[in-house]
Design a protein. Structure first.
Lengths: 376, 321
């Protein structure tokens, strides 16, 4: 059997595995409307997408992934019951000005409510899919965006840094920069005010501060061309948060070290929860909800032959797509370390695409050429 | 491409005037043989030079494409129009005019935003409060995207604006803008401000060379002459001559050279020669002096030169009998 035949047979096996798992094969168009991707993933995706304009001036994109096209197809199907789809085809991206095409195969699963169990099922399906392609020596890394966000909200942090840390999920460099800025930050209490409005509000009791803030915003809105695209309440709320941050005695420099350790937790999954609690000096209740989800995922995986100590949990591991909301994972070739599969949960995508009710959604994609490369 | 050196020169606006002044100062004249409507020209004073009159924006693109050897254009346009500009262009020199900043500006009424960190926060919260992402109106889409990526602003949309960008927030077509500003007066007039950290690029007119153009020996020779003249003009803009009544102190001079970039052209030993030279022949005289071994030759314009006689009056007297 030559290479092409070997690959074709392996792909047939792969799609059969996915079909047996209840996935309906779909093939959404290669040409998709560009604005949907930009709306979902932000303007930043333009650097990674290939776009073109049709004769009517409509901007189209070569699909950079299957997730959004599949979700659109699901939302347009009637009636909307739980549904699992499978796909195999090329996606198109660019990086540093170089355009490229990669083959992906994968699964998207919509509408099932038992989230931890479905998370585990999806990961197990990804492992079975890789096995059908002949890849069995694997290492698995998992993370959880919801757990990360819960960790952050359980800590006393100034809003600006909290926001930056939230954005830095999955971006090692941004996280390092943020922690470095925190370590170098002067103590916020008694720092001189660069913001005049803030200077006026500091020292006032809360009720009065809010009244004064409203007055300042009214005055600002009356000059020139108003507040543009923001509401008075946006600005008042933010001023109040800034006032609170300035007043609080945050010793950011001291917090940066332990915070870095906490967000850097990287441990076998069964130890991860204890490790986090130990470092954060938290009692488990602060992160109870996402921790419970994590444990149920791990329990279900263990029931199906994946022991928790085979999974590496990292507190700030995240995938580059913004619309993930919870469980995320990547699977690597155990010998070469090359990434073969990426996946995760994206419960907010369908709402953002216009669904009137929230739809739970989770899926994965296989980098097919990498997964088909002969094992060492 | 012909053997000539092709230079892209701005075809309209302040940049055109200031570029023409630059050439004039260096003793070269820009000539448009076919009249003002002709897009080609020549440079009077150097052989083998062709001038292409183009918009500053087109010049940036033509430099990148290798269709012109040199061009006068704004640094903002190089950054905006040329991907990987550092590999494809060589910045020969800044020209001392056309200074402007590319900035991100927001409504002055956003009194809670004083620095870029505040704006990152506002952008991150915007969708939750308003159901859509923050919009940035600009023609500098590349610069705007890079700036947002640097500060991890991910949730935003760019609204392409080809003119009157400053009016976009008031018109409701965008919340903030990225635009080029010289005095800040237009921003002020539109009730906009630039928060701390929101100056994206300090721009200036530059002479830029194309690394991908075909540089023939003729083109190189013409460039050598031109750049010599441009450098002389740049130096004269940036230096003044100082004469002082004190003995030559090498230690002090050394310190002034290192600390302030002072240029000590003649040193302790050489005796500088002073000549008066007709303006229009100055470059030929410079060449002759260099051939004779001179290295640094300074030309300064004087306010008045009184000669030993009064020739104008003498000829008047004679005419009046």
């Amino acid at each position: 059997m030559n290479d092409a035949e070997r690959i074709a047979t392996a792909r047939d096996r792969l799609m059969a595995v996915l079909a047996r798992a209840g996935a309906e094969r779909i093939d959404p168009g290669i040409l998709q409307p560009a604005d949907v991707f930009v709306d979902m993933a932000g303007e930043d995706i333009r650097r990674r997408m290939l776009t073109t304009i049709d004769a009517e001036g409509q901007e189209k994109a070569l699909r950079p992934d299957f997730t959004i096209p599949t979700a659109l197809q699901y939302l347009s199907s009637q009636p909307q019951r739980p549904q699992r789809y499978a796909y195999l085809g090329p996606v198109f991206r660019q990086r540093d000005g170089v355009a490229y095409e990669v083959l992906q195969a994968g699964v998207e699963d919509f509408g099932k409510d038992d989230r931890p169990k479905v998370d585990a099922d999806i990961l197990l399906l990804a492992l079975r899919a890789l096995s059908a392609l002949g890849k069995r020596q694997l290492s698995i890394r998992i993370g959880d965006k919801a757990l990360y966000n819960t960790l952050l909200s359980s800590m006393k942090l100034p809003e600006g840094f909290r926001r930056r840390l939230t954005q830095a999920f999955g971006d090692r460099k941004a996280l390092a920069r943020c922690l470095a800025d925190m370590a170098n930050a002067p103590q916020t209490a008694n720092a001189p005010f660069e913001n005049e409005a803030l200077a006026t509000l500091s020292g006032l009791p809360e009720e009065e501060a809010r009244r004064v803030a409203a007055g300042l915003v009214d005055a600002a809105a009356a000059t020139g061309s108003g507040l543009g695209g923001r509401n008075p309440q946006d600005i008042i709320d933010r001023l109040m948060i800034l006032r609170e941050n300035a007043a609080a005695d945050h010793d950011l420099a001291k917090a940066a070290g332990p915070l870095g350790l906490l967000l850097g937790v990287s441990a076998a999954a069964d130890k991860a929860e204890r490790e986090i609690a130990r470092l954060a000096a938290l009692d488990m209740s602060a992160i109870a909800v996402p921790a419970k989800m994590l444990n149920r995922r791990l329990a279900h995986l263990a029931e199906n032959g994946i022991a928790p100590d085979h999974l590496m949990f990292e507190a700030s591991f995240g995938r580059p797509l913004d619309y993930y909301t919870g469980f995320e994972f990547e699977i690597y070739d155990g010998d070469t370390g090359e990434r073969l599969v990426g996946g995760g949960r994206y419960d907010q995508l369908c709402t953002r695409l216009g669904s009137p009710t929230p739809v739970s959604a989770v899926g994965f994609a296989i980098w097919l050429e990498a997964a088909e490369a002969p094992s060492a | 491409m012909t053997e000539a050196l092709i230079i892209g020169v701005p075809s309209k606006g302040r940049l055109q005037e200031q570029t023409a002044d630059l050439f004039k100062r260096t003793g070269l004249s820009l000539k448009q043989p076919g009249g003002a409507r002709n897009y080609r020209g020549v440079l009077d004073g150097i052989d083998n030079v062709e001038i292409a009159f183009l918009s500053a924006s087109e010049i940036a693109k033509e430099i990148a494409a290798g269709h012109v050897h040199l061009g006068v254009t704004g640094l903002d346009l190089i950054h905006e129009k040329v991907t990987n500009w550092r590999e494809r262009c060589h910045l020969v020199t800044s020209l001392g005019f056309g200074q402007a900043n590319v900035v991100l500006a927001i409504p002055k009424s956003w009194i809670d935003v004083t620095a870029i960190e505040d704006l990152v926060d506002v952008a991150a919260r915007y969708r939750q409060a308003h159901g859509k992402s923050l919009r940035i109106a600009t023609k500098y889409t590349t610069l705007a995207r890079k700036f947002c990526a640097t500060y991890n602003i991910a949730d935003y949309r760019i609204v392409e604006s080809l003119g009157a960008t400053e009016g976009a927030p008031a018109a409701g077509s965008a919340e903030v803008i990225v635009d080029i500003t010289t005095s800040g007066a237009t921003l002020e007039a539109n009730h906009l401000k630039v928060p701390k950290g929101c100056t994206i690029l300090r721009s200036e007119a530059h002479l830029v060379a194309s690394k991908s153009a075909l540089w023939s020996p003729h083109a190189m020779a013409a460039a050598r002459v031109l750049l010599d003249r441009v450098a002389a003009d740049t130096h004269s803009r940036n230096f003044v001559e100082i004469r002082a009544d004190f003995g030559y102190d090498p230690v002090l001079i050394d310190r002034l050279v290192n600390q302030y970039g002072v240029w000590d052209p003649f040193g302790a030993e050489a005796r500088p020669m002073t000549l008066l030279c007709p303006l229009r022949h100055r470059h030929k005289v410079v060449d002759a002096l260099r051939e004779g071994g001179a290295q640094v030759v300074m030309i300064s314009k004087l306010d008045d030169i009184f000669s030993g006689d009064n020739a104008l009056f003498a000829s008047l007297e004679k005419a009046l009998g």
